[in-house]
Write a protein that binds this ligand. Sequence first.
Ligand code: PEP
Length: 244
Amino acid sequence: MRRKLAAGNWKMNGTPAMLAGVGALDADAGCEVLLCPPATLIAQMTDHAKGRITVGGQDCHPLAGGAHTGDIAASMLKDAGATYVILGHSERRADHGETNATVSAKTLAAWDAGLTAIVCIGETLETREAGRTLDLIGTQLAGSVPDGATAAGLVIAYEPVWAIGTGKVPTLEQIAEVHDFIRAALETRFGAEGTGTRVLYGGSVKPSNAAGIFAVPNVDGALVGGASLAAEDFNGIIGALAKA
Ligand code: PEP
């Protein structure tokens, strides 16, 4: 059984004042609730969470420490209270030139620190229109996830780049096709661990469209950007996931 996961990505948003909303999240609805705030808020959010929700980072460096100004090591996220880290988000792939190899190295660092890695993959509109979505997803999955993945250490987030922050969402058939493909690839490579690995959908998930998306087979939850910033919106998504 895969435990459903509602994961919020606050990106470069968030103030200490916003932590008040953490206590208002519906942590007992019947699915796991995770928030990934900026690194500066992880420790305070962990205090506010009181173990009701889990907390994660949004990136880590592939190395354990050293002369890397401005970066953060996976063990530092862990020390601050994180149990997850988002890796290879399309914004990092675009803004920081992260490749599949970079993401794979960061995933190993996350595992070394005892964090669960949420590895993000997804196609651009250009790739989808060229009919190459599944090719790209297969390449990203193979290159971004190192050997030795376990269901406890890995979550995959399928996030079409063109759906992130745009209000555009793929059809349920398109989501199903990619999630089925990811599940099959995980099972081929990792056997039972692949069967147990959660696969999230991400891209403009809102309370109004969440129930439809969560009814799609092999969708084990969502990675949510904008709608995770307000507790009322995120609760709408959490509620839909708990009922799915
Ligand atoms: C994201 O940041 O991973 C994301 C899916 O954003 P949004 O929900 O705002 O589209």
